[in-house]
Design a protein around this ligand. Sequence first.
Ligand code: GCV
Length: 859
Amino acid sequence: MSDRRFPRRLVLSVLLSTALFCALAPLHAEDGSQAWLRYAPPVLNGIPASYEPMPAALVNLDSSVIAASAQNEMLRGIRSMLSRTLRLEAKIPDNDDAWVLGTSAELHAAFPEYRAPSLAAEGFSISTLAAHGHQYWLIAGADPRGILYGTFHVLAGIAQGQAFAQLAGIESPAAPIRWVNQWDNLNGTIERGYGGRSIFFDNGQVRSDLSRAADYARLLASVGINGCTINNVNADPRLLEPAMIREVARIADVFRPWGVRLSMAVAINSPQVIGGLDTYDPGDPKVAAWWRARVDDIYAAIPDFAGFVVKADSEGQPGPSQYGRTPVDAANMLAAALKPHGGIVLYRAFVYNHHLDWNDPRADRARAAYDIFHPLDGQFASSVIIQIKNGPIDFQVREPVSPLFAGLKKTNTAVELEITQEYMGQARHLVFLPTQWKTYLDFDLRAGNRSTPLKDIVDGTSFHRPLGGYIGVANVGLDTNWMFNPLSMANLYGFARLAWNPNTTPDTIAADWTRLTFSNDPKVVTTLSRMLLASWHIYEDYTGPLGLQTLTNITGPHYGPAPQSQENNGWGQWIRADHDGVGMDRTVATGTGFIGQYPPEVAAMYASLKTCPDNLLLFMHHVPYTYKLHTGKTVIQTIYDDHYLGANEAAGQVKQWQSLDGLIDEQRYEETLGLLEYGAGHAIVWRDAIDRWFKQISGIPDDHHRIDHDPNRITALQMQLDGYTPVDVTPWETASGGKAYVCQVAQSARAECTASAHLNRPAGWYSVAVQYFDYRRGDSTFRLLLNGQPIAAWTADNTLPGEAPNGDTSTRYTLRGVPLRPGDTITVEGHPDDGEPAPIDYIEIVPEPAGAAHAPNPR
Ligand code: GCV
């Protein structure tokens, strides 16, 4: 096994010379560690003119550690972007212009003429003031966090080439709770984390070096995030042991200068597991006393501790149901312990039975949260927030908004969004999630037959709740670039922008993030924004369209295609596909009744086939494959076509990125290109698997006869094999004919196997793709030979999530610009390694358009 993320590729041919690559080598390398805080000089149109009379002095009126961070950030950002070192002054100079940082009250005390605008908590105001014949550029916060957020706002504006006057104005956060959850384990792994190991924990302890945790807090603060839950919601009770709390306090110490409050996920059975009690019954006074004592200890070590996140009675986690108690009993008991210190409880509504009866047509996991929590509305303490996933299932590529948001009118709620791309290609596929989240946040649930969009419910407006907000499951790791894929950080940034102001458009988020992360060059901004904005729909097209959910392997790593895994088990992510039709009937009349959980107007819209949107049709209804959508096309043909469309568009994204060669620094350009090329190849795996599966189960052919009829494809079965032998693939649809071809060297005592094809293609330039399987373990090596001449070599050293040939591990290597003549022989030669038998599926030989400038080959 190797920890290398991309295949090591060595192109042996002389098809493209090294000199050409050198000539193309663009800007200096960047590693992504600075994310959107690069503070690169704003080169677009030069430095904005209004920065020329920029004050040289900086005064910080506030003595808090948070304002000290703002002051230091100001010095750092101005130095880096504008090559100016601001002069720190202890008081406002009366003989010079100055930047002035402070709370509104402090500014008013310093400048009696200053009219302090009314700011919500953590809000800020940017303005100028003329006094004593001088100009003062003011960053006023409602409080120290407001000062810090205002400072980052100004620095982000400068980075994007905006004049100070353009930044003037007032901003306040939409909601008080803007937290990230990290699902970090004490052993240093991260559940559903794709960016390396934990920045907090290692080997059962808090890391000695918390510099990445401090950097993370700075990143979070720069976009207004004010809380971070540091551990997995599948919580380890050991986190509450006294020695551990002292260690965790070190994390809180590095968060504090950035205004990020620390929170912990807790296991409800902790009193029994680590407390020595014989029960964890929330109704038992000694259990409540145990929690009170633990909470007192936490606050002694972490005075600004934010509170607890609780996952209980869910996916095997212990919960109050063990004692016949409800979530109210558990949440209110914890709230009683925390409230005297100002702490809160985020109790998750992700509670469901994962042993549902597949044979029961009324059983429906989507109903669970509403069925359990709606009857409890009004009983939760005022410092409890119910943390609800955006949809009723589990972060699928598309779901309706959870009806529970409209069902809790007397309870605080927060929406939980998943930044880490668990069901969304796990940071290997490009999926810009703010586009998806915005459709959820804008969705109007019509509670009480009036406008109640989700964003107004969670910020407390719709039902006049004092608390509420946004939780994003982030799961950054020790990887230098935080999330493995340089483009994935757009999701963390976008989450924060929406949590601050849910009316921010995805276009604005994409453009701002691109400018801050890569470049102000208009071509970069336009091209990358377009790629980001299209990506969710593209991913939906080649995975699970029409409300089918992602169709990934739900009993495995949630990554590659495995539609059958949805069915016939207790997990309840069913799509009920059979020979005649597909979709979950969730109507009240004939189905599970889920639709009846929505307020009447929304329920009516989903219940009627006439008004149910196509993109959620199969989430709400079971229909025949021949059912015609609003587009006039049948369900089955739409499934086929969407998958072809999505895979084509994923290939198009590679070309769009390549158009930025030379405009992006080399390291991030190359990393991103490698991932986009991989993603485009995997989109083909998705397309073929899902279309094959639906063709088989429906028995209805594709109108365009594309499925398994690719004229450019030669399967291993059709090649001349030397050493390669077939094995069954599970699920069958993820390989041609359900077989992979493996090189079992141990059995044959040979070092390599080959698969050859005699070609009779017209003379010309071709690209040659080899579809093979790359397990997490083993680094098999491959060579490609043209008439015996080696033309490429690569290593299968990607760390894909699987140890068998299937949709998780199927990947491709493509060599472009191969000159073929009739009668040529192309050979794939595989050398197994460490139990990975150099498995192959097929080769694909595609003519390149005449005169086309070849995209460079893998480097
Ligand atoms: C932390 C899904 C994920 C789990 C996660 C769970 C949750 O089921 O696959 O890894 O557990 O959601 O949100 O609690």
